[in-house]
Write a protein that binds this ligand. Structure first.
Ligand code: NAD
Ligand code: UFG
Length: 340
């Protein structure tokens, strides 16, 4: 059985679906601080299978010990964490406590239970403002400009030290670029409870009439149209990569770092235009100054994951946007599904 922490959340739920569709049993531990039980219903309605769910906190050693004692867990995919950059600036202790402290507690419980296979949700944010594009795994980690990014880098370093001290571990540090999109069924996707920080959830709320305009943060970057470039990757491609990473870790010990991106960068305006083309909706824009802490460009060299895992993201930007819009429409019930 695979323990998926944060398995009720956006990425974790897609990972759980992927595991179940490959015959793996999944156990979710989630405190539901940024998700709800409805994602469990959705997973069941898509797959016909219901993962075991335990509501609890990854920082709670007692809960972890009970799970490792009661279930036959052989690996952990650790997605539980906090991810809002702005919130991390306002509440740094909560971010370090959850993202670093929670990871330490989990690793301690795993070690004591004799479970040494771990896949960790890291982030391209650990590269900071990298001068060289595309970014490969040999690029130095940078100095992330916010506590969220720092907490991911610290958790990675904790895991690297842990592996260096004990050869029994197999740890995969998955550096996600910009996950977007939704399950093609339209039944599972990202459901932000507060004002979204990220481009796509905000754009979707503008497109569905919940907000007046999309703020385009910065029009004077050194890019082809002046707006920031990112590597958007479909959440289902990402989920498939977790299974591949798990399979590789079962065969090979040590710490392994893999970039999870497409290798293709798109600007904010590229994304808006593609969305308008695919979904047939005009997105009102409001041009704003740069957002503090943002970098101009960030895209992956995903070659290592392709070579070592046989994984590459194959869903196009258009597909990501169509799937995300289908999910948004199913959420708001305000529109008929308009995507092809
Ligand atoms: P999410 O908020 O949808 O999912 C995280 C889940 O973890 C939620 O269900 C939440 O309730 C749970 N959780 C949080 N703290 C917990 C705790 N202390 N104990 C138990 N459960 C807890 O976020 P997501 O987008 O699915 O992200 C998953 C992971 O990937 C996070 O660690 C995040 O930092 C990382 N990540 C996300 C992105 C992104 O853009 N979505 C990019 C890079 C890395
Ligand atoms: N942007 C806008 N308007 C918005 C939101 C974003 O113009 O309303 C722009 C940003 O300036 C940036 C691009 O859209 O150029 C992408 O911004 P996001 O906030 O969607 O994503 P980031 O690249 O800033 O960060 C995301 C996650 C981090 C993760 C990082 C990894 O939020 O958790 O990707 O690359 F670490």
């Amino acid at each position: 059985m695979i323990l998926v922490t944060g398995g009720a959340g956006y990425i974790g739920a897609h990972v759980v679906l992927e595991l179940m569709s490959h015959g793996e049993d999944a156990l979710i531990l989630d405190n539901l601080c940024n998700s709800s039980r409805s994602s469990l219903e959705r997973m069941a309605s898509i797959s016909g299978r219901r993962p075991v769910f335990v509501q609890g906190d990854v920082r709670n050693r007692g809960v972890l010990d009970t799970l490792f004692h009661e279930y036959s867990i052989n690996a952990v995919i650790h997605c539980a964490g906090l991810k809002a950059v702005g919130e991390s600036v306002r509440e740094p202790l909560r971010y370090y406590d959850t993202n670093v402290g929670g990871s330490v507690t989990l690793c301690q419980a795993m070690k004591d239970a004799g479970v040494f296979t771990l896949v960790f949700s890291s982030s391209a944010t650990v590269y900071g403002d990298c001068a060289r594009m595309p970014i490969n795994e040999t690029c130095a980690t940078g100095n992330p400009s916010n506590p969220y990014g720092q907490s991911k880098l610290m958790a990675e370093n904790v895991m690297k030290s842990m592996v260096a001290s004990d050869p029994r571990w197999s740890v995969g540090l998955l550096r996600y670029f910009n996950p977007i999109g939704a399950h093609e069924s339209g039944k599972l996707g990202e459901a932000p409870t507060l004002t979204p920080n990220n481009l796509l959830p905000y754009l979707l709320q503008v497109a569905s009439g919940q907000r007046p305009a999309l703020h385009v943060f910065g029009t004077d970057y050194e890019t082809h149209d002046g707006t920031g470039i990112r590597d958007y990757v479909h959440v289902v491609d990402l989920a498939e990569g977790h299974l591949k990473a798990l399979q590789a870790l079962r065969a090979q010990r040590g710490v392994h770092i893999w970039n999870f991106g497409t290798g293709q960068g798109y600007s904010v305006i590229d994304v808006v235009k593609a969305f308008e083309r695919v979904c047939g909706i005009t997105v009102p824009l409001s041009y704003e100054p740069r957002r503090p802490g943002d970098i101009a460009r960030c895209w992956a060299d995903p070659g290592k994951a392709s070579l070592e895992l046989g994984w590459c993201a194959h869903r196009s930007l258009e597909r990501m946007l169509a799937d995300a819009w289908r999910w948004q429409c199913s959420q708001t019930h305000a529109f008929d599904t308009q995507v092809g």
